[in-house]
Design a protein. Structure first.
Lengths: 227, 227
């Protein structure tokens, strides 16, 4: 796969999710996303309003989307809480939400609880004409669990399935992205995230089927030459 | 401070908060909490119902409380989402909630946002006659910030201020607990948590003013001799 730097940039969610993130850092993130042509800025819920305001000041036909995270990074909060969090994020202007699957339910084989939680969030997102990515934390799953959650996604039709939060152990792997691409219906895209720090690795993940890359240092990703 | 093992146990919240926690582990946690006389079991929201059911089967005059976490561990979710999460936890039988302060607002000096978020949760908890602990993540705060959030707690009167989530860098320190005890009104208790793995350290924290200890291996804490 030979991607130009601008093609690669257009696939990156420029991301900052630390609990003590500063407003100045979010302002810089937004400015950089505009400058480099990133797909989106991915920020905590508390920074959605600020990011929307930052981007509203920019005159451009191709602005980054504001992306936020829901039930992050544990996924074990109540569906009602996730729904409330998503609703607020949409009200404040987020265009995309990256929602952590209920990993507790999943790891305990309670698939109806996993499904009901996702179904509610995917329905809300669809009704709001927004984009939803389901974070499955692939590094925590067995092959069987990863396949099963992708099959569930095929039934529920989120816009994306996303590999990782970046906060619970290892992040994206080539193997996980390949498995996801094999199992997921063609209409469901893949976001790879967590520990992606080199352009060569990002390009391998894209070649394996990733449509979007989440990275906390998107600029460094662009700067390096392709491997 | 010379605490007997049972006195120490009565101050410990026996804790398991990993995202992929298994039901069997929660069942064991509850059984151990009964056996050793721990103050509480601290589990993710998804396990509150199971923990309440486990403890309901036990005949004893002194049962551990079911404790859960809200807005955990980032603290940057919307107040409405935290409120919904707390309400569900109370409905399912949690007696105590450990709520993460909005660290994003705090680190950016937006104290009115910090206050409004806490005020809502403390009011809900008081109206529900439950116990609320405010997690301030002391290791992430400057001395000035730690003092200021304790002064805010004095105004809002939560039951406890708690040092740490255990998931964002270092946990409890003697220095933080001493500062908290100096600044907090006498009626507000302190929970120390995060990285407490030795009985000697637990006893030092208690001597410095901690009323409760959060630990993921409470039994090991009891087993070691006092230093």
């Amino acid at each position: 796969m030979d991607l130009s730097t601008s093609e690669l940039a257009a696939r990156i969610d420029h991301t900052a999710l630390a609990p003590g993130l500063l407003l100045e850092a979010v302002d810089a993130l937004c400015a950089e996303a505009v400058e480099y042509g990133f797909a989106g800025v991915c920020v905590p819920p508390w920074f959605v309003e600020r990011s929307v305001q930052n981007l509203a000041k920019v005159k451009s036909s191709r602005l980054p989307e504001v992306v936020t995270v829901i039930g992050f990074p544990m996924g074990y909060s109540a569906t009602a809480a996730k729904i409330e969090e998503a609703r607020r994020a949409f009200d404040q202007g987020a265009r995309e939400i990256d929602v952590v699957v209920n990993l507790a339910a999943l790891k305990n084989g309670r698939w109806s609880a996993v499904r009901d939680d996702l179904q509610s969030l995917i329905t809300l997102s669809a009704m709001s004409s927004r984009t939803i990515k389901v974070i499955v934390e692939s590094a925590m799953l067995s092959d069987t669990e990863l396949i099963k959650v992708c099959e569930l996604a095929n039934a529920l039709e989120p816009d994306f399935v996303k590999t990782s939060t970046g906060f619970n152990g290892p992040g994206a792997s080539l193997k996980a992205v390949k498995t996801m691409r094999e199992v997921l219906a063609p209409g469901i895209r893949i976001k790879a995230s967590g520990g992606i720090r080199e352009r060569g690795f990002a390009e391998e993940l894209i070649a394996a089927g990733a449509d979007r890359i989440g990275a906390s240092n998107g600029i460094a990703l662009l700067g390096e030459n392709a491997s």
